[in-house]
Design a protein around this ligand. Structure first.
Ligand SMILES: *Cc1c(COP(=O)(O)O)cnc(C)c1O
Length: 215
């Protein structure tokens, strides 16, 4: 299926759930094809790659940083980033806030929670999450608008389902008091389960743009 056709198919299927088209490693020409099909939200996992694509591409694109954050690179995205999904430690909030102040803006972000069985996936555990939530008033120019998580990479739907359900339950514990609006969960392989569990933003890459080549 062409990129344009995939975009329109997903948009129709997703309805009110926001599609974040994950364009990491893909050329700007692919992003433009999706853009011309009406897509405006794109996700990248490397800050500098996102910043150079921002320079080249139409300025009404909403750029989502979905990858692990290196604090020394935050300055490159601070002027334009739409939503930072992967906030997993206090140090990231400190630097995001500093750069947001410098650019006279408020940067929206999500706290990443560790829900998968794999040790390798980043994210806060519950206790760390509560700790960070209690400290948020320190950060005048960062606004936490919800949570993000990645399920275990497995075909076992029960495992994935229970991980998404756990994240949704955690989200619901805080959503009203914290004024949250955004629950980012679900990728090409598991977005349907994520939506069944209340996801508001799905991050879909390879199912739209084709397999990535990292060589
Ligand atoms: C790459 C990536 C995705 C998209 O993965 P696909 O399986 O290609 O849809 C989603 N979320 C994060 C955090 C990613 O790094």
């Amino acid at each position: 299926m062409s990129i344009a056709k995939s975009i329109s198919t997903y948009k129709e299927e997703l309805g009110k759930v926001q599609l974040v088209a994950v364009s990491k490693t893909k050329p700007s020409s692919d992003i433009l094809e999706a853009y011309n099909a009406g897509q405006r939200h794109f996700g990248e996992n490397k800050i500098q790659e996102m910043a150079s694509k921002f320079e080249e591409l139409p300025k009404d694109i909403c750029w989502h940083m979905i990858g692990h954050i290196q604090t020394n690179k935050i300055k490159y995205m601070a002027p334009f980033v739409h939503l930072v999904h992967g906030v997993d430690r206090r140090k990231v909030l400190v630097e995001l806030n500093k750069q947001a102040v410098k650019h006279h803006r408020v940067i929206n972000c999500l706290l990443q929670v560790h829900i998968a069985k794999e040790e390798t996936k980043f994210g806060l555990d519950r206790e760390e999450l509560e700790g960070i939530i209690s400290e948020l008033t320190e950060f005048s120019n960062v606004k936490v608008v919800g949570l993000m998580g990645m399920a275990t990479n497995t075909k076992d739907e029960e495992v994935v389902n229970s991980e998404f359900a756990a994240l949704k339950a955690l989200y619901d514990t805080h959503a009203d008091t914290c004024g949250w609006t955004t629950l980012s969960m679900g990728m090409s392989g598991d977005y349907k389960l994520a939506i069944q569990n209340g996801s508001t933003h799905v991050r879909i890459g390879s199912a739209i743009f084709g397999a990535r080549n990292y060589s």
